[in-house]
Every structure is written in structure tokens, then in C-alpha cells.
Design a protein around this ligand. Structure first.
Ligand code: CAA
Length: 409
């Protein structure tokens, strides 16, 4: 079946409410557990794309650390790179649940492709649409949302990972432009992206309140793509250090007011964490489906291994934990769509789903036995891919900080 660009045949979703859902100790809010027809359509389109476009060659791309450029371009043409952006700016106008469903399906097969999708949708497009001005949206958001180009998000530095306020990259105020100098580390889409949002310090005496968020393009003189990281997992994605040497960034490229950069990063990451939670969910459910199918085929001690309780208990635990992770992801997405505060919910979803991804993929390898340890069966790659979901866009420890602060405030 040929794919249609999602935005062409997809209207705005309606949220009908049917089930009481306890959100906080004091408030009862309603949440729809049933997917709409549109949701199912998007889920199926993403599943089909993953099977037909991403599965062929996924092992080779992982081996060779090859970026899935043609597949990313196709994802862009279909509308998967700007799913939540308003159609006015070239996006699909979809809700966050749709995004989570698509992320799960793509991540089941190729987490290297889904991280590109996640960074572009949640960190770059969402940040620009929510906080950018009209000129920035027309110039940068439209091609990003249409998937003609994709973007990167530059917060981490050699000495500022979890401790994100300690930005050493400087954006010196030169009147009508900023002079950008410094190094960013572990940047997803580092060599493939065209447009980056870079956090940099303008007034160190103001600490995090002196940080600005600036839009950079790869053709700006002084922008240097540094070392490509040789990673454990998501090896098809291009992770680089980036250097800025006297890059002149027009003031018009600053997002929001002077000093808004750190809050911009935190607010944007809050939504980003829903995307990574959905990626972790997809890695877990992909590994689970492979293990389930394998258990029906592989025979040991005279019967399919699914008939052994040792395997049944593993499958039962995997299915239960994946379902719980899915509910947390969907709840966080739903809260975002309802314009409720979703900081705690997104951290809970990411914390839990990433731990489930790690645990489930280890068990999927175990169920596959010796076959699980070789590349052909996919589960060892999913196990390697799972690990990064506990690290990027805030480690599991950072998610616990966010959750604990919210509980105790
Ligand atoms: N929304 C709005 N503002 C927020 C916020 C949020 N969600 N979270 C924090 N802030 C504000 C605070 O209110 C505070 O502002 P005021 O001083 O005006 O009150 C300011 O930000 C500083 O906050 P904290 O005092 O809480 O700062 P902290 O130093 O204690 O750090 C932290 C908090 C949660 C640990 C934060 O530094 C953090 O999230 N660290 C992890 C960074 C991260 O996720 N990096 C990922 C890199 S991007 C990536 O991985 C993308 C990729 O390529 C895949």
C-alpha cells in the first residue's frame, strides 16, 4: 500500500472522555484509553513504514554506523518529522498520542531512525513553534516540519551533561549579533542536520538566567563538525561533537527574550522526554514481539519453549511491564495535549519506559539463548539500543530529581 503524506488525510483529533483517571491526589481528570480511528491509521502507517523501509538493511547500517538518510527523507515526505506542528507551518497538526504511537512503531525496528524523528519533532520543531517568532517559524520551522531538512539540539558540553546550567559555550553580545564560541558534545544529528538550536552563556554572572537559545545553520562560518562517536547502540545515528569558533549569530536568531535559553531548554526537554519514553517503549515491545514469536518456534526438551513455565513467566513480566510503560507514555502525551503541566509525567514515563526497555531486551536475548547473542536475530541490537534511553535527554537519575522535586514541592 503506498503511503500518503499524513497531513493530507489527517484532521485534528478530538478527545472524547470516557474513563475516570486519577491524576493527582486531589483532582480527577478523564482520559480516553481507546485509540481513535486516526490514531490507528497513524500507528499502522508507521508500522508498515518500519517493516518495509527500515527493516531491510537495519543490521548493516548498525554494523557500518551508516546514517539512514534516504529513510529519513521518506519519513519527512510522509510527515513523520513534523507531526505535531500546525499545518500552517508545514506540519501534520497531530496530537502527542499520535506521535507516541508512531515513535513506538518506528523504534520497534530502528531506534537510530527514531531518535532523528524524536529530536526533530520534540526538541527542534516544538521549541521553534512554541517559542520562536513568526520570522523564525517561516524561515526555519517550515522546512524542518516538512522534513526537507532536519535539526539538532545542542545543550550538552564536555563538562555540562546532567549539570546543564554550567554552560561554557559563550555567546558574546556584539550589538546586532552574538559571537559564539565553545564546544558541544554528543549531539544527535551532528553531521546530518542543517539547523541547530544552541544554548550558550551570554551573562555568566547571571548563571542560568544569562543563557540564550540561538538558531545556527551549518553553513555559518566558524561552525565545525567534530569527532563522530563510535557508540554502543543507535549506531546508525550520527552523534558528534560540534565546535563554534567566532560564529556570528544574528540577534534575530535568538529564541525568546534575552536569558530565556535555559528555561527554553528545560521546557523543550520536558516534551522531548515523552518522545524518548516512546522510543524506549518501542525498543521493549520490539524485543518482546521477537521473543514471543521465537518462543513459539524454538523447541527444547520435546516441545516449543513457550510451553515451559520459565519462558512463560518471562513473557508475562515483559508484557505487563510494557503495558505499564505504554500507559505512562500515553498519560504524559495526553497531559501535554490537554495543556496540563506534564513535567512529572514525562519524567516518570521516560524513567520507567527506559528501565523496562533495558530489562525487556536483556530477557529477550536470554529467551533466544545463543541465537540472541548474534546479530542476525536483532535482539542484541535492541539491547544495545535500549541503554541510551536511560542516558540521553536526562539520565534516569535526573528524571528522579525532577519527579522528587515535584512530589516534594
Ligand atoms: N520548565 C521551566 N523551567 C524549568 C524547568 C521546566 N521543566 N525545569 C527547571 N526550570 C527552571 C527552574 O525553575 C529554574 O529557574 P528559576 O531560577 O527562574 O526558578 C531554572 O530552570 C534552574 O532550574 P534548577 O534550579 O532546577 O536547576 P538545576 O541546576 O538544579 O538542574 C536539572 C535541574 C533537572 C538537573 C536540569 O539541569 C536537567 O534537566 N539536566 C539534564 C539535562 C538534559 O536532559 N540534557 C539532555 C541533553 S539533550 C539530548 O540528549 C538530546 C539528544 O541529542 C538526544
Amino acid at each position: 500500500m503506498p503511503f500518503n503524506r499524513l497531513s493530507l488525510n489527517y484532521g485534528m483529533l478530538t478527545n472524547t472522555c470516557s474513563i475516570n483517571y486519577f491524576c493527582t491526589n486531589t483532582n480527577i481528570i478523564k482520559m480516553q484509553f481507546e485509540l481513535t480511528e486516526e490514531h490507528i491509521m497513524i500507528q499502522q502507517a508507521a508500522r508498515e513504514f518500519a517493516q518495509t523501509e527500515l527493516l531491510p538493511g537495519v543490521i548493516e547500517r548498525d554494523n557500518e554506523q551508516k546514517f539512514p538518510m534516504s529513510q529519513i527523507r521518506k519519513l519527512g515526505e510522509l510527515g513523520f518529522l513534523g507531526m505535531m506542528v500546525s499545518p500552517e507551518y508545514g506540519g501534520g497538526g497531530m496530537d502527542t498520542i499520535s506521535y507516541v504511537l508512531a515513535m513506538e512503531e518506528i523504534s520497534k525496528v530502528d531506534a537510530s531512525a527514531s531518535v532523528v524523528m524524536s529530536v526533530n519533532n520534540s526538541l527542534v520543531c516544538w521549541g521553534l513553534e512554541t517559542f520562536g517568532n513568526e520570522e523564525q517559524k517561516q524561515k526555519y520551522l517550515v522546512p524542518l516540519a516538512q522534513g526537507i531538512i532536519h535539526g539538532g539540539f545542542c545543550l550538552s558540553e564536555p563538562e555540562a551533561g546532567s549539570d546543564a546550567t554550567s554552560q561554557r559555550t559563550t555567546a558574546e553580545d556584539m550589538g546586532d549579533y552574538y559571537l559564539l564560541n565553545g564546544t558541544k558534545n554528543w549531539i544527535t544529528n551532528g553531521s546530518s542536520a542543517d539547523t541547530f538550536i544552541v544554548m550558550a552563556q551570554t551573562h555568566p554572572e547571571l548563571k542560568h538566567k544569562g543563557i540564550n537559545a540561538l538558531i545556527i545553520t551549518k553553513d555559518m562560518p566558524g561552525f565545525i563538525v567534530g569527532k563522530k562517536e563510535d557508540k554502543l547502540g543507535i549506531r546508525g545515528s550520527d552523534t558528534h561533537s560540534l565546535m563554534f569558533q567566532d560564529v556570528k549569530v544574528p540577534k534575530a536568531n535568538r529564541i525568546g527574550e534575552e536569558g530565556f535559553g535555559f528555561k527554553f531548554a528545560m521546557k523543550t526537554l520536558s516534551g522531548g522526554r515523552i518522545g524518548i519514553a516512546a522510543q524506549a517503549l518501542g525498543i521493549a515491545s520490539g524485543a518482546y514481539e521477537l521473543a514471543l514469536n521465537y518462543s513459539k518456534e524454538r523447541k527444547a526438551f520435546g516441545t516449543e519453549i513457550k510451553n515451559h513455565q520459565a519462558i512463560q513467566f518471562k513473557l508475562a513480566d515483559m508484557a505487563t511491564e510494557i503495558e505499564a510503560a505504554r500507559l505512562l507514555c500515553h498519560k504524559a502525551a495526553w497531559m501535554k495535549d490537554q495543556h496540563l503541566n506534564y513535567d512529572r509525567a514525562s519524567s516518570m514515563a521516560k524513567l520507567f519506559a527506559s528501565e523496562v526497555a533495558m530489562k525487556t531486551t536483556v530477557e529477550a536475548v536470554q529467551i533466544h539463548g545463543g541465537y540472541g547473542y548474534v546479530k542476525e536475530y536483532h535482539v542484541e541490537r535492541l539491547m544495545r539500543d535500549a541503554k541510551i534511553t536511560q542516558i540521553y535527554e536526562g539520565t534516569s537519575e535526573v528524571q528522579r530529581v525532577v519527579i522528587a522535586r515535584d512530589i516534594l514541592k
